[in-house]
Design a binder for this molecule. Sequence first.
Ligand SMILES: [Zn+2]
Length: 235
Amino acid sequence: MKKQVLTHYPGARSAKEITGDYLSQLEEVHGFDLENTLLATSICVDDINVSTEFRQIQDRPFIMGGLGGVPFVGRTGMAAYAHHIPEDGYAFIFYGPHIGINSEGELGAIRRKGQSGDSTCCGALALALQLLKDPPEESDESEDEVLAAYDYQESRLLKVLQKNKAELQGSEHPIREATELIYDHISTFLNQLIESGKKEFRCKKIALLGGIILNTDHGKEDYVDIRDFTIIDNT
Ligand SMILES: [Zn+2]
């Protein structure tokens, strides 16, 4: 499985390795007290992501992510998270979109538990790509309204992709390209939410770890391609 993953993401490491490595960096290099650290995640709601997050070591995460991993909790959610951190404690936010790589090395698909065929991963991003390719009839305005009202999160993913339509259509692997675009969107949005809500944080430091989560077939190890690791000193 490692070979298939590294073909597409040469810098990826196993989720287990990433978890151990960054928790020890937080503790030993940046002086975090992990007992007084509140974890938050901004990753996709997909059930397969549980194995990849830091929840294995730190329970009780504050969940910011909706479909695709976008922090849909907004300013209110960021302020709530800031208020829940232990006094004189630390904040640690793990974020990013996810993409499947099956045993044949195909991008955007995996075999899930109890299923005989592959399914899309990230399914929400795959659907947004599909909607971009085959948009609802232009004359039917209600389609857009329905999407915004009953499928708000999906409509937001579609909007991000629409801004980069030409780039996506010319791409060899549109799902990979879409994942990169959503990563940038999550990263920018999270940093804006922290910046605008900075006075809400009374903790010592805020750590941000972002990457692309690489899910594999059921029973196989997951990987992460880390993109950003930032420490904000709040003292
Ligand atoms: Zn997803």
